[in-house]
Design a protein around this ligand. Structure first.
Ligand code: FUL
Length: 408
């Protein structure tokens, strides 16, 4: 028996999502800023053509399987009609104070079968009781209770560490509230996380990017963990890469020139999803409340290129199995593969190699350490009629989930 750290069902479900859209939207969108100080008047929030269905359609067309929305950013402005503060959409003239941004984003996701997640910033630059830790904990937990009760199912709870250094939160209470209202939600980074921050905002995971980590250093601020949780390492804690399609999280009128190229976005995908992490790519809705057309086109270009490279395998082998092999219908050129480890019993593979049969002889074409949730890699072109993936070293027994072979 190995004493491996095991994933929970909700972690496995979250890992299968692989690729999601992050949407930062709020007063900052209308003020050409990233970090509002919490004093922008609610009147600034006035989208002319708010339509989250367009966001969700775009996300689905781009191959994304989840969407995480900023219900409250650091400025403290709540995009739902909350009872916890009057600094919210209810005080804005938008829809005569009867609008509910979070409600419409949630409905658009639920109707389209898009997994839905929420970001609600712990750091709050508006809330007068923020420095009274016990009072703020109660208010913050109530905000999560409202969000999770009204807009569920919520599969991701995104807890951002920015701005909170030195502030103590009662994570036991806050996480208790979140788990009570959304037991299937995966929590990001703080309190008692289910998945961790990869450590940069460039969308790039290192290789190997192990699922089991020895400490929470890769969480964006280790002080912000629940006391008892700190003793639970090594721990199964997969990584998420968050990245921006433009230079900023929120939409700005003057940053269209920073839109990343499709080539760069595919590179990011291959170095996040392709290293076994999830990718949460931010696209900021503009002051109309729509994703800007150039960003939409760019996502579709990205998707087309990912499909071209990784969407049409020449051959596939399905596990679970200790070793996976494919026979090709005839000798043909191959130069890339996708492999997945079955992680239900934890991460076991420590070293693997890929072999191709060329003129009747097996030859090594690629080697590595982690396979994890997914490993995408290229190798020098060979003309082969069979391929097999072998595990050379593992922690106890292991199982491979899928092998796909490509030429591109
Ligand atoms: C950071 C924040 O400060 C940014 O504004 C953004 O929300 C990003 C996802 O996380 O920590």
């Amino acid at each position: 028996m190995s004493n491996r750290s095991l994933p929970t069902d909700r972690q496995l479900r979250w890992q299968d999502l692989e690729f999601g859209m992050f949407c930062h939207f709020g007063p900052n969108t209308f003020c050409d800023q990233e970090w509002g100080e919490g004093d922008d008047p609610p009147e600034v929030f006035m989208p002319s053509d708010f339509s989250p269905r367009q966001w969700v359609e775009t996300a689905a067309a781009a191959g994304m399987r989840y969407l995480v929305f900023t219900a409250k950013h650091h400025d403290g402005f709540c995009l739902w009609p909350t009872e916890t503060t009057d600094y919210s959409v209810s005080s804005s003239p938008w829809r005569d104070g009867r609008g509910d941004v979070v409600g419409e984003v949630a409905a658009a996701c639920h109707d389209a079968g898009m997994t839905f997640g929420l970001y609600c910033s712990p750091w709050d630059r508006h809330e007068p009781c923020y420095d009274d830790e016990a009072a703020y904990d109660r208010l913050y937990a109530s905000q999560w209770a409202e969000l999770l009760e009204r807009y569920g199912p919520v599969a991701v709870v995104w807890l951002d560490g920015a701005g909170s250094k030195g502030h103590r939160y009662n994570w036991g209470m806050i996480v208790g509230t979140i788990r009570e209202h959304a037991p299937d939600a995966c929590i990001f980074a703080l309190g008692e996380p289910d998945f961790r921050w990869v450590g940069n905002e460039d969308g790039l995971a290192p290789y190997p990017c192990w699922n089991v980590v020895q400490s929470a250093e890769q969480s964006n601020n280790a002080d912000l963990l629940f006391e008892s949780y700190r003793d639970s390492f090594p721990h199964y804690l997969p990584a998420e890469c968050d990245a921006r399609i433009r230079a900023n999280w929120f939409w700005h009128p003057g940053d269209q020139h920073t839109l990343k190229s499709a080539g760069r976005l595919v590179y990011i995908y291959e170095h996040s999803v392709g290293h076994g992490a999830n990718l949460l790519l931010n696209v900021g809705p503009d002051d109309r409340g729509l994703l800007p057309e150039p960003d939409v086109w760019r996502l579709l270009e990205m998707r087309a290129e990912i499909e071209r490279k990784w969407g049409r395998p020449i051959a596939t082998a399905e596990g679970p199995a200790e070793e996976l092999a494919v026979e090709l219908p005839r000798p043909q050129a191959i130069n890339a593969f996708s492999a997945m480890e079955a992680l239900d019993e934890g991460e076991a593979v420590r070293e693997w190699r890929l072999l191709a049969r060329v003129h009747g002889r097996w030859q090594g074409v690629s080697v590595g350490t982690a396979l994890g949730h997914r490993h995408l890699a290229r190798f020098a072109t060979v003309v082969a009629d069979a391929v097999k993936l072998e595990v050379k070293r593992s922690d106890g027994s292991h199982a491979l989930r899928r092998l796909e072979v490509f030429y591109h």
